[in-house]
Write a protein that binds this ligand. Structure first.
Ligand SMILES: *[C@@H]1O[C@H](CO)[C@@H](O)[C@H](O)[C@H]1NC(C)=O
Ligand SMILES: *[C@@H]1O[C@H](CO)[C@@H](O)[C@H](O)[C@H]1NC(C)=O
Ligand SMILES: *[C@@H]1O[C@H](CO)[C@@H](O)[C@H](O)[C@H]1NC(C)=O
Ligand SMILES: *[C@@H]1O[C@H](CO)[C@@H](O)[C@H](O)[C@H]1NC(C)=O
Ligand SMILES: *[C@@H]1O[C@H](CO)[C@@H](O)[C@H](O)[C@H]1NC(C)=O
Length: 384
């Protein structure tokens, strides 16, 4: 006979374990939206036209990382139709998991970290060279992915490129555009300013660049998340910056040195992560809900009129929960950034079948990881 209170509390315990689940969103080279580690599975939500009315396809395959890291990030290598996952496996935090999107196959690249701390960094994947650049504790590192769509049998290495001009305490806000890494929220910069690292010359520009807003205020000098918009061909020229308060979406154009200010995400969530295609900015919030902002390059009036919508193709198969937390990318344990998902608790947890009583069983059943743990614990409880 079940000891109900015990069982319920065990389910709650199991559900709380799911907090370590760390999904990420990105795209394949055809800009199908891919969501990894969402409700314990991986999904292809298809092209943008089907995000609001289609149903995502389960693409969970062997060799995938467990997506149980706490700062999991994934990156599209556009030339190679490959996705690279960093910190996808808490047991192998330095490994890069490679998803060959054409073959739907995973492989694991072993990586030598050297002095690189794989638990504390921010990275971009350079479009043309397919090299990761990461800032960690004030030091700039790189990791060359070559043309990899499958792992090499020999390890690759993080290389310490050089010291940055920033203190070790700087929590990086990094974005890629025109082969330049843009650093926002650098100590001493004011609103609308970014520092630039020129990848091809391994050169930190000594003066910051101003990206003034054509209307309203430019982006604040504050912590937030970024995502670079791809182009059909060539390097990214624009990136989005979403400050932690989610008050607006700033799109910085490094060709014109300007910023446009658009609607902030509906879900204000400092722990949300973002990805961009050519025509959309996608938000994955801390409840596992995915939303998008349709984006039209060079059409300010269309973007000004655009609104955020839920990706129902994902919500229908992997409904958001009240407990799943994505990778708190960029959230410093010590800092004040992203300490709370401000304002996000009100409207974003009701999608799909996760409604009703949160007695724990519903939540736990939503991920296989949680379910397995719950069952193990339930067996233990029954054996008592
Ligand atoms: C979804 O709607 C778009 C038009 O908005 C249409 O092109 C597409 O075929 C629809 N997809 C499905 C699966 O109904
Ligand atoms: C996640 O990132 C934060 C900030 O970079 C760091 O303090 C924390 O240790 C990381 N967690 C893990 C498990 O790597
Ligand atoms: C794989 O490893 C071999 C031997 O170290 C090296 O020559 C080759 O360039 C590597 N390939 C990639 C894609 O890194
Ligand atoms: C943007 O600023 C850079 C200087 O950092 C300058 O070289 C470039 O010409 C500017 N572009 C425009 C369109 O003003
Ligand atoms: C939720 O649980 C409470 C008490 O446990 C019960 O009164 C209520 O009817 C339940 N609601 C639903 C929707 O199951």
């Amino acid at each position: 006979m079940f000891q109900l209170p015990t069982l319920v509390s065990l389910f709650v315990l199991a559900a709380s374990k799911i907090v370590s689940a760390s999904p990420c969103v990105t795209f394949d080279s055809n800009f199908n939206l891919l969501a990894f580690g969402l409700d314990g599975k991986d999904w292809n939500a298809g092209p943008q036209a089907s995000w609001t009315n289609g149903t995502a396809t389960d693409i969970t395959a062997t060799g995938r990382p467990p997506f149980d890291g706490s700062n999991t990030t994934c990156y599209l290598a556009q030339f190679y139709n490959a996705v690279y996952v960093l910190n996808g496996d808490s047991k192998n935090p330095s490994s890069v998991y490679i998803y060959d999107a054409a073959k739907k196959a995973w492989s694991t690249q072993s990586v030598t970290t050297g002095t690189f701390d794989s638990s504390d960094f921010k990275a971009i994947l350079d479009h043309d060279t397919n090299v990761f650049y990461a800032l960690s504790k004030g030091e700039l590192f790189f990791l060359n992915m070559n043309a990899m769509t499958t792992a090499n049998s020999s390890a690759i290495s993080w290389v310490d490129a050089r010291a940055s001009p920033y203190p070790a305490t700087y929590n990086p806000v990094m974005a890629l555009a025109q082969n330049h890494i843009h650093f926002l929220d650098v100590p001493g910069l004011t609103a609308g300013e970014a520092d630039i690292f020129v990848i091809h010359y391994s050169y930190f520009q000594p003066t910051s660049q101003l990206y003034s807003a054509s209307s309203g205020s430019s982006f604040p000098a504050t912590y937030g998340q970024t995502a670079s918009f791809f182009q059909a061909e060539g390097v990214q020229q624009e990136f989005a910056f979403i400050p932690d308060d989610g008050s607006a979406t700033y799109v910085i154009n490094v060709e014109t040195n300007t910023t446009e200010v658009y609607a902030g995400p509906t879900t204000k969530d400092a722990a949300a992560t973002y990805a961009a295609s050519i025509t959309a900015l996608v938000q994955l919030d801390s409840k596992g809900e995915v939303s998008f902002f349709p984006y039209t390059e060079s059409d300010v009036s269309a973007n000004t009129a655009a609104a955020w919508s839920k990706v129902s193709a994902l919500a229908s198969v992997a409904p958001a929960s009240s407990s799943v937390s994505p990778s708190a990318t960029g959230v410093k344990a010590s800092g004040s950034h992203g300490a709370s998902a401000t304002g996000s608790s009100a409207g974003s947890s009701t999608t799909g079948s996760a409604s009703g009583n949160t007695s724990g069983a519903n939540i736990a059943a939503r991920t296989s990881q949680g379910l397995v743990l719950a069952c193990v614990l339930a067996v233990a409880a029954c054996a008592l």
